[in-house]
Design a protein around this ligand. Structure first.
Ligand code: AMP
Ligand code: MG
Length: 422
C-alpha cells in the first residue's frame, strides 16, 4: 500500500450523496500514511495508539492448570459416590509456589486461587464445603469432575493472534498483550493533525474579549477529539479573514502535517478565504452530503496533507468531525475499526423532518424508573451555535434519510459521545 495520498484523492463523485455513500467513498480513498515509520513502544505508552503488526502469543495463558478458588486439590476418582470421602493433606500450592510432587490415591493439597494444580489432581473442592481435622480433610459427595479448575490455555493458546494490526489500543488490549508477555508493541507513528480556527471575530480564551468578538471554542473541541484518537495534534491558532494570511498559514503547515483541519471560513461569503487558499495551493472539493447540521463537506489536499474544512458553528463542527473527519483520521492513522456503533433507545419526543437527509439532534438519556429502555430527551434550543447542547447531553440521536416522523416512545438510533469523543 502506498503511504501517500493520491493526487486529488477527494475529488467529487456524486452530486448529492447520502451519509452512507460519503462514508463509503471516504473509506475507499483513505490511505494509511503512518506506516513510513513504526515505533516499538512500551505498553505503558500504548494507550490510544494503533497497532502496526499482529500480536501473537508465544505461550498458553494460563501457562498451567490452576485453581479458581481457595480450597483443596484432589483426584476426582478418589471421591466416594454415595458418602463423604476422607483425604490426607500433603502440603500446599499457593499462587507462585507450586506443590512439587504428584498426588497419590487419597491425597490432597491445600490450594489457593491461581495456585498450580499438582500433577495428578483434576478437581478442587472449595474450602467452604469441607471439614478439616489435623491433616484430615472430609469432602461431601456430589463434586463434579474438573470443578473449580482452570485449564492451561483456556484464555489464550500458544500461536493465537490476540490483537490484530489496526487495533486502536484500549486498557484491556494492553492487559492482554501483557498477559502473553510482550513488553513492547509495534505501533504506527502518530498521525500529525494540525487544527486552525478561522475568523476575525475569534479571540483566544484567557484574553480580553474585544468588542464584536467571540471566544474560539472549536479549536479546543477539535484538538481534544483528535488527541483522543491517538493522533499528535498541533495547535495552529486562529487564521484571520485575510487571503494572504490564510494562504501562508496553510502552505507552511501542510509541509509538516498529514491532515489540516479548519473550522469556519469555508462558505462562499466574502469574508471566507479558506476556499481560495486551498484551491490555490492544491485541490478543494465540496462534497454535497444530505445532512443537517453541516454545510457541504470541504475535503481537499495541499501537497501530501489532507485538508478538511469543517463548518464554523460549534455544533456543526463537532457533528461533522465525529461523523466524517474522525473515520478519515483513524483510517489514515492505520485503524481498521472506523465506524461507531449506534444504540437503540426510546425517543421521548415527537419530531418531524424532511425526507432525504440525515439529521443529528443532541439528546440526554433519561433512565426510566420502571427499568424500560432509557429515553432520549432533546435539548432545546437546537441551534447549531448552542455549545451547551453538546454539554448537557449524552450524545446524538441520528435520524435516517427515510424517516419523516418520530413519535414519542418509538425507537431511535443514538450515538453516545463516549463512543466517539474519546
Ligand atoms: P463561518 O463558517 O466562518 O461563517 O462561521 C459560522 C459561525 O460560527 C459564526 O457565527 C462564527 O462566529 C462561528 N464560529 C466560527 N469559528 C468559531 C470558533 N472557532 N469558535 C466559536 N465559534 C465559531
Ligand atoms: Mg468566519
Amino acid at each position: 500500500m502506498m503511504n501517500k495520498l493520491a493526487d486529488d484523492c477527494f475529488n467529487q463523485v456524486e452530486d448529492l450523496m447520502s451519509t452512507a455513500q460519503a462514508l463509503a467513498i471516504l473509506r475507499q480513498r483513505t490511505v494509511i500514511v503512518t506506516q513510513d515509520h513504526l515505533e516499538n513502544l512500551p505498553l505503558s505508552q500504548g494507550l490510544g495508539r494503533i497497532l502496526a503488526k499482529d500480536v501473537t502469543s508465544p505461550l498458553d495463558v494460563p501457562p498451567h492448570d490452576n485453581s479458581a478458588v481457595d480450597g483443596y486439590a484432589l483426584r476426582h476418582q478418589d471421591l466416594s459416590t454415595d458418602g463423604a470421602s476422607v483425604f490426607r493433606i500433603q502440603g500446599r500450592s499457593a499462587a507462585g509456589h507450586p506443590f512439587a510432587q504428584p498426588l497419590g490415591p487419597g491425597q490432597t493439597v491445600r490450594i489457593f486461587t491461581g495456585g498450580v494444580m499438582p500433577a495428578g489432581s483434576d478437581t478442587v473442592v472449595m474450602q467452604e464445603d469441607v471439614e478439616t481435622a489435623g491433616d484430615k480433610l472430609t469432602v461431601p459427595p456430589g463434586l463434579k469432575l474438573g470443578a473449580n479448575r482452570r485449564h492451561q490455555g483456556e484464555d489464550t493458546k500458544l500461536g493465537d493472534v490476540v490483537l490484530a494490526k489496526g487495533q486502536r489500543l484500549r486498557a484491556q488490549d494492553l492487559g492482554l498483550a501483557a498477559s502473553v508477555g510482550h513488553g513492547e508493541l509495534a505501533l504506527y507513528r502518530r498521525l500529525r493533525v494540525g487544527v486552525f480556527s478561522t475568523g476575525d471575530e475569534l479571540a483566544e480564551p484567557g484574553t480580553l474579549l474585544p468588542s464584536g468578538a467571540v471566544y474560539d471554542a472549536n479549536r479546543q473541541i477539535l484538538m481534544a477529539l483528535i488527541t483522543g484518537l491517538g493522533a499528535a495534534v498541533s495547535d495552529l491558532g486562529i487564521l484571520p479573514d485575510r487571503a494572504d494570511a490564510v494562504h501562508a498559514g496553510l502552505e507552511r503547515s501542510a509541509k509538516t502535517h498529514d491532515v489540516l483541519l479548519t473550522s469556519g471560513g469555508i462558505s462562499v461569503g466574502e469574508e471566507d478565504h479558506v476556499r481560495g487558499a486551498v484551491e490555490a495551493l492544491g485541490h478543494l472539493n465540496f462534497w454535497r452530503v444530505a445532512i443537517k447540521p453541516g454545510r457541504p463537506l470541504a475535503l481537499g489536499q495541499i501537497g501530501n496533507a489532507a485538508f478538511v474544512g469543517l463548518p464554523g458553528n460549534p455544533v456543526a463542527a463537532m457533528v461533522c468531525f465525529l461523523r466524517f473527519a474522525r473515520p478519515l483520521i483513524l483510517g489514515m492513522a492505520g485503524a481498521v475499526d472506523l465506524d461507531p456503533i449506534l444504540y437503540r433507545v426510546a425517543s421521548d419526543f415527537d419530531f418531524k423532518k424532511k425526507a432525504g437527509r440525515r439529521e443529528w439532534l443532541r439528546a440526554r438519556l433519561d433512565r426510566q424508573p420502571d427499568g424500560t429502555a432509557p429515553r432520549a430527551v432533546l435539548f432545546q434550543p437546537m441551534g447549531s451555535g448552542i455549545i451547551n447542547s453538546l454539554v448537557q447531553t449524552h450524545g446524538l440521536v441520528e435520524i435516517g434519510e427515510d424517516v419523516t416522523e418520530i413519535k414519542a416512545g418509538e425507537p431511535v438510533d443514538f450515538l453516545p459521545f463516549d463512543e466517539v469523543a474519546q
